[in-house]
Design a protein around this ligand. Structure first.
Ligand SMILES: Cc1ncc(COP(=O)(O)O)c(C=O)c1O
Length: 466
């Protein structure tokens, strides 16, 4: 048995010992649900814990174990789990009646106005959707419809949800890099028409733009790359993207579904002073509910209006639960809280993020293991509450591009995704991709306890992996 297998077996044993109730529930779930649940990222091996309650920085499972949680609702819960202002606001509106009606309600206007003020500038408009996947899908459809062009450009490692146009170049595959499709069932034509460029690589972007610019409908990019590695775009990269897309008539879409309201009220784009043509938002803006949005200038957004352009208009209709009154209310309470607390909240969670990132690196360094924690801000972004841990296979690997972080020959992905996950769970900390997001509910004690859990993981890694 290798050291890796021995350590994994020990961690699984320890995890199973503390979570027998979750194990039983999972066996039941597996019989009726695909892979035993509703989202792959929540279904780690040997099985996920099932939650009984969550509050603030912590989540409790059905066996009574408490975990400091950095997953925080797929990074949506910037105020922590079940924050009091939201509970208060929603209890009051539920008491008045807040179920789905299928009619337009005025609450959505205020949320749209808030987003426009923060992001779109004068004359911008909003359309709400119920998931980030839909928002990015519609944004791409809009770009194709408005430009009459058929190619879509995204970056390797960029995750924008599971719409057909964007299910390419998410996972790194040896031999193919970020050049492969993520799913069966996609039309070859769509896969071929989605091009992939390297994040933060001005030269590669310039090359693709020179070769394909006049056929490109859009470039979609996260100004702070999320799943791809928690990496901030360089100002030069975004400036180049803005300039080249403008020159070539390509629609620039900033996907701010993670970064929106994560670093300041509004988008991270305002730190760079760069305005894209369309912005997609989600996660935090729903106050824990299913709200996402496309925001853009009136001239573009109005092209989706019913009756425009006959059958040729972009078919960006709503769905059954679009702008659900309760969700809109939750979003408004959340954004109101963030606006009121921004001056202290963002610097505080940024400082805690910084302590975590450096604390994790030091904890592993003490055991002679090189670990790199990404998620830092940069010249444009003053601080960051995000962190992700990586184990480079070569000393001094730059770790500043998705390729470095997702190529199994360059970073040890099993150590990050499998061993570290379990080692932290048995020590009372929940992370995803070796990290997550600090919320306003996390305190100094949580950060110290988290670094201690990483230090314990590092000792185990040293002991078993040598
Ligand atoms: C940057 C980004 N865009 C889009 C999405 C898709 O959003 P949703 O999961 O709400 O469909 C995600 C989800 O994690 C995301 O991180």
């Amino acid at each position: 048995m290798t050291g890796f297998d021995a350590l994994r077996a020990r961690l699984v044993r320890d995890y199973e010992k503390k979570t027998p109730g979750s194990r039983r529930i999972f066996r039941r779930a597996e019989k009726v649900m695909v892979a035993g649940g509703s989202h792959t990222i929540r279904l780690w091996r040997p099985y996920p814990f099932f939650t009984a309650a969550a509050e603030g920085a912590r989540v409790r499972d059905v066996d009574g174990n408490s975990y400091i949680d950095y997953w925080q609702g797929h990074y949506a819960n910037i105020l922590g789990h079940e924050p009091r202002p939201l509970r208060r606001g929603l209890t009051a509106s539920l008491a008045r009646g807040a179920m789905h009606t299928g009619f337009e309600a005025a609450g959505q206007i205020e949320l749209a106005e808030t987003l426009v003020r923060a992001l779109g500038g004068r004359g911008a408009k909003v359309r709400f959707t119920t998931s980030g996947t839909l928002a990015t899908m519609y944004a791409v459809m809009m770009a194709q419809g408005l430009t009459g062009r058929d190619l879509v450009l995204k970056v390797g490692g960029g995750w924008h949800g599971a719409s057909p146009y964007l299910l390419k170049g998410v996972k790194f595959r040896p031999g193919l890099g970020f050049e492969s499709s993520e799913s069966a069932g996609l039309l070859d034509d769509i896969v071929r028409r989605t091009l992939v460029t390297r994040f933060n690589d001005v030269e590669d972007l310039s090359r693709v733009m020179a070769e394909h610019g006049d056929r490109l409908a859009c470039l979609i990019v996260e100004p702070f790359l999320g799943v791809g590695g928690f990496l901030a775009a360089t100002p030069e990269y975004l400036e180049t993207a803005r300039r080249l897309t403008r020159e070539r008539g390509v629609i620039l879409i900033f996907d701010e579904i993670i970064s929106g309201y994560r670093f300041r009220p509004g988008g991270v784009q305002t730190f760079y002073g760069i305005r894209p043509d369309l912005t997609t938002l989600g996660k935090i803006i729903g106050g824990g509910h299913a709200v996402a949005a496309v925001v853009g200038p009136r001239e573009l957004m109005d092209e989706c209006e019913h009756g425009r352009g006959g059958g040729a208009r972009v078919y960006f209709e709503g769905g059954t639960f679009s702008a659900h009154a309760e969700y809109m209310k939750a979003g408004l309470v959340m954004l109101g809280e963030l606006a009121g607390r921004a001056a202290t909240l963002y610097p505080r969670i940024g400082a805690l993020g910084e302590r975590l990132r450096r604390g994790i690196e030091e904890a592993f360094a003490k055991e002679g293991i090189e670990a790199r924690a990404t998620g830092d801000g940069n010249a444009a972004i003053p601080g960051s509450s995000l962190f992700m841990t990586h184990f480079p296979r070569r000393p001094g690997l730059a770790c500043d591009r998705p390729d470095d972080l997702h190529d199994p020959d360059r970073s040890d992905l099993r150590m990050r995704e499998d061993l570290l996950k379990l080692a932290l769970l048995v020590n009372g900390v929940n992370v995803v991709h070796g990290g997550g997001a600090v919320s306003a509910a996390h305190g100094s004690k949580d950060i110290a306890a988290t670094i201690a859990a990483y230090a314990e993981a590092a000792r185990l890694f040293r002991k078993y992996l040598g």
